[in-house]
Design a protein around this ligand. Structure first.
Ligand code: HEM
Length: 570
């Protein structure tokens, strides 16, 4: 209403209307002023008053809050190598520190084994993954085991544990070798073409392909063959997804997903159909690449799951179908068995077993692909980098492995056919893989959030506090690992060094949310590394090459890790 119109109203109406209209005219700017004042006060409170003067955490040591109170230490975190600014802060300020991030959000870093044990194991139910993390993980890895908490997590984990048992892992090792043979053949031909000087290969890309092929076969019984088929839809979609993974994009995604309902919307068909319109909104341009990639991944996953269910039914009906050993087949069959018991128990007789819904099964497919692919690929790329720089360890590994691998007549390559037990018994291989996973943990950090107010390490932690779980920091603490904690020294894992008394690394985390795929990842890494080292010599691709990490959810080499490969003459 314009001022002119209001004046007409004053003249033509009763006195009560005159009063109320003139009051509203007076109160409007006042209201605006008060509103603005409150917003400024809230900002000052959040950025200055609370962290400096009121927070119970203000007495904890830590890096200074400034220089820019709006973004806190965000610039150090985003520009630094994953986990390294935090390591420096822990060295300088101690085992319980406070770091203030963007918009005044405080995070606490505990690095003592006791505190981490309390947060991750003893009191795990009161320290769930924070919701921003569940939103991000849910969008890219489905709302499976990585996002659920409490009783739902317990049920789901119980249903899934048997599929990841050692006997199942042992039965699966054969399934790795098809993909590994394919990788050896491709690299051999590329190195052969390059002749004397060897060939520079972007190792992260190869590791990403071989691990995708392996997880598809072992996890889902699906032949992706991304190594040989550059147009494989799943591999292409994952390539798009991986290309988005930088710290900055992750920070942007977290900001977008903090809008209520956003993560659900981005996962819908509607968002996918209108992705080109959505991409015009500046902050959402990258997000639509993610929406599209996830749409393609979900379409393939849904068809894999449908296939599994059909196979399981055929098996039930004694049709000519062999029982598949991949994890999804095991889960589908276990679910059928549970559903049968549920049906026969009827109402009220005994405990009804939990059976995953179709949607939950679908989320597990996405979780296996998301959690089991890039992590292992990063672990492999870092291991090759460390071996490329440490030629003595590389040669020692070759000498240990070579007698166990037979040369094939046709191509002169040493093919790996070792089983779970044999891989486990190769001592130096174990030392190398453990040490690489310690120094370059593919997941360098994670988060938890205090659901209740509690004391940790004698510090009062208010409800809602964000815990930065310092995986890489904890793996390289000098107090625990010795003066050479930040160096690659596989021999620290030799049985005679008796590391048994030292707490294990946090690479796969600890407690009820610890990685379910740990054994699988380690066997897979060993099999790939053994085959590569037996056939090729690895060295840095140029003088002065350095490892550049980029970290969103996983820590990868920024440049894809170019390494020089030369064939070992058998
Ligand atoms: C080197 C490879 C791997 C590393 C370093 C790794 C690391 C981790 C870490 C640190 C977590 C805990 C995350 C958190 O709670 O914030 C985790 C959880 C998980 N990982 Fe892995 N992982 C690897 C491979 C795999 C593989 C091969 C699979 C499965 C096929 C897998 C499946 C999972 C699942 C399902 C969870 C959630 C467990 C739960 O909350 O109960 N991971 N992983």
């Amino acid at each position: 209403m314009s001022l002119h119109n209001s004046a007409d109203l004053v003249l033509s109406n009763s006195s009560s209307v005159v009063v109320s209209v003139s009051e509203s005219l007076i109160s409007m700017p006042v209201l605006l002023f008060v509103g603005l004042g409150l917003i400024i006060l809230a900002i000052v409170y959040q950025l200055v008053l609370y962290p400096f003067y009121f927070s119970p955490l203000r007495t904890l040591p830590g890096p200074p809050l400034g220089p820019n109170l709006l973004i806190g230490r965000f610039r150090d975190i985003i520009n630094g190598e994953a986990g390294i600014p935090q390591r420096e802060w822990v060295k300088e300020y101690g085992t319980a520190i406070r770091v203030v991030g963007p918009i005044g959000i405080q995070r606490v870093i505990f690095s003592s084994a006791e505190a981490l044990q309390k947060i991750l194991s003893t009191n795990w139910l009161f320290n769930p993954r924070p919701s921003f993390m569940r939103e991000v993980l849910g969008l890219v890895t489905g709302y499976g085991l990585l996002t659920v908490t409490g009783d739902r997590h317990k049920q789901m984990r119980k249903a899934m544990n048997p599929a990841f048992s050692i006997p199942n892992m042992t039965a699966q090792t054969d399934m790795y070798y098809k993909a590994i043979d394919g990788l050896l053949a491709i690299l051999d031909s590329r190195v052969g073409k390059a002749q004397v000087g060897g060939s520079v290969e972007i190792m992260y890309e190869w590791m990403s392909k071989v691990t995708l092929d392996i997880i598809c076969l072992t996890g889902l019984g699906y032949e992706a063959d991304s190594l040989r088929n550059p147009h494989n839809e799943l591999a292409n979609a994952y390539e798009d997804l991986i290309s988005l993974q930088t710290g900055r994009n992750l920070a942007r995604l977290i900001a977008i997903l903090s809008i209520p309902g956003m993560s659900t919307f981005l996962g819908t068909e509607l968002a996918w159909r209108h992705r080109s319109a959505i991409s015009k909104i500046p902050l959402l341009t990258q997000t639509t690449i993610l929406v599209d990639a996830m749409h393609r991944i979900k379409a393939v996953s849904a068809s894999i799951l449908r296939e599994k269910m059909k196979e399981a039914e055929n098996l039930e009906n004694n049709e000519d179908t062999a029982a598949k050993k991949d994890i999804m087949s095991l889960l589908v069959r276990a679910r059928m068995a549970d559903q049968k018991i549920r049906g026969s128990i009827g109402s009220g007789l005994g405990p009804v077993p939990y059976a995953m819904s179709d949607a939950e099964m679908m989320d597990q497919v996405l979780t296996f692909l998301g959690a089991g692919h890039e992590t292992t690929a990063s672990g492999l790329a870092w291991t090759l980098w460390l071996l490329a720089k440490d030629t003595v360890s590389q040669q020692r590994l070759r000498e240990e492995i070579t007698p166990h691998l037979a040369v094939t007549e046709s191509d002169g390559l040493r093919k790996i056919r070792l089983g779970y037990r044999e891989l486990k018994d190769l001592v130096w291989l174990d030392c190398v893989v453990q040490e690489s996973l310690r120094l370059y943990p593919p997941v360098p950090m994670t988060f938890r959030q205090a659901a209740t107010t509690d004391y940790v390490d004698g510090v009062l932690i208010p409800k809602g506090t964000l815990y930065y779980i310092p995986i890489r920091v904890s793996n390289t603490l000098k107090d625990v690992w010795g003066e050479d904690a930040e160096e690659f020294n596989p021999s620290r894992w030799l049985p005679e060094k008796n590391l048994g008394s030292v707490p294990s690394t946090l690479t796969f985390l600890a407690g009820p949310h610890a990685c379910i795929g740990k054994t699988m990842a380690i066997i897979e890494m060993k099999a790939v590394i053994a085959a590569l080292i037996a056939n090729f010599e690895f060295s840095p691709s140029y003088e002065g090459q350095k490892a550049n990490t980029t970290a969103a959810v996983t820590m990868k080499p920024k440049d894809g890790m170019p390494l020089l490969l030369k064939k070992i003459v058998q």
